[in-house]
Design a protein around this ligand. Structure first.
Ligand SMILES: [Zn+2]
Length: 146
């Protein structure tokens, strides 16, 4: 999609008013088209998200997605048609099962800062694996395995 000359000229005026710099026609065309391209991507993502939320009204337990996605919990790339989508987001089959069975609290799907992977305990807090296990036994850390 290419913008009209009128739209490019309008962009040049807005840009000049905002940034006090005059753009050439080529610069304005590139900048305006890049901006439109960015908003097209954002718009398409929002439309897709709204369609999924609408479908959840008919299928409240969730549904499989077509295409490859990244699991919101383990960040594993999920093979085509194996991703599961529900009100907590996109998950791989293993994480979906863990959430469904209650061994993983579902809020971690939407809040990556609510938990640490074992390797993060070491990297961020210098807590080695055996110490982490000891803290779990003492009830000071909660271990979620799935
Ligand atoms: Zn996963």
């Amino acid at each position: 999609m290419s913008l009209s000359k009128e739209s490019i000229d309008e962009f040049k005026v807005i840009y000049k008013n905002k940034f006090k710099k005059e753009l050439s026609d080529a610069e304005a065309s590139e900048a305006a088209n890049n901006l439109i391209g960015l908003f097209k991507i954002l718009y398409d993502c929002e439309v897709r998200d709204l369609q999924r939320k609408h479908r959840l009204k008919k299928e409240p337990e969730g549904f499989r997605l077509d295409g490859e996605y990244t699991c919101s919990i383990c960040h594993r790339q999920v093979a085509k048609s194996e991703s599961w989508y529900d009100k907590w987001g996109i998950k791989c089959p293993l994480c979906q099962k863990a959430v469904k069975e209650g061994s993983v609290p579902p809020f971690i799907c939407k809040d990556r800062n609510s938990w640490y992977a074992m390797w993060e305990l070491d990297k961020k807090f210098k807590i080695k694996h055996p110490t982490a296990r000891k803290l779990v036994r003492q009830g000071k850390l909660r271990l979620i395995c799935f």
